[in-house]
Design a protein around this ligand. Structure first.
Ligand SMILES: [Zn+2]
Ligand SMILES: [Zn+2]
Ligand SMILES: [Zn+2]
Length: 202
């Protein structure tokens, strides 16, 4: 059976979530494109036999971004998310259908929130970061990446203004994650695992 990959982005012209399926075979044959129904934006994937050169119309900042992505990341596994360098938000997802579809639903919400923020710059600043931090945490938790040094894998999440606390369900140790600025989000995004600093048992 041929492997299908799903590609999604937000059209900067009409605001629609554009989602398309391509076979891994078609993607690795050369150049592939995904065009929005409105006809005004186009995502292009160029494969040079080793790396994909991706051109993404960005529904978050309204610009266009280019990225080089390892072929394996696009053709196999869960997939990849590309980040808008202007806003540090995801703007394009490629990979497994279920993950991309779920991610695109969140992405559409983020795009709406950012539009609302442009209209009312005061209202959403921290909310967007908090929202992104929580969904990033959900991701890390989904991979089983959160645990306490004491060996416990149960924990509680407490949301505070500008921070999130992870509290070990066993020993009560606490890991505080700041959740107020883009930098806080960046720091969390590059983490594969989080460890609550409980007492190690030997
Ligand atoms: Zn469109
Ligand atoms: Zn952008
Ligand atoms: Zn613990």
């Amino acid at each position: 059976m041929e492997e299908k990959r799903t590609i999604g982005y937000i059209c900067p012209k009409c605001g629609a979530a554009v989602i398309a399926e391509r076979s891994a075979f078609a993607l690795s044959a050369g150049t592939a494109a995904v065009i929005c129904d409105c006809g005004k934006s186009k995502l292009v994937l160029d494969y040079d036999g080793d790396t994909f050169h991706v051109t993404v119309p960005c529904g978050i900042c309204g610009g266009e971004h280019t990225a080089r992505v390892d072929a394996k990341a696009i053709l196999t596994g869960r997939g990849v998310a590309l980040t808008c360098p202007e806003t540090r938000q995801y703007c394009c997802l490629m990979g497994e259908d279920g993950r991309v579809s779920a991610g695109m639903r969140e992405l559409a919400i983020t795009a709406d929130k950012i539009k609302a923020r442009e209209e009312d710059p005061q209202a959403f600043v921290d909310n967007v970061i908090m929202y992104e931090i929580l969904s990033e945490l959900k991701d890390i938790a989904g991979r089983g990446g959160i645990s306490c040094a004491c060996g416990c894998k149960q924990y509680n999440v407490e949301v505070r203004p500008g921070a999130v606390d992870l509290i070990c369900g066993d020993c009560g140790a606490k890991l505080r994650l700041d959740a107020a600025t883009d930098d806080d989000l960046d720091r969390l995004c590059c983490r594969d695992r989080l460890e609550i600093p409980g007492k190690r048992r030997d």
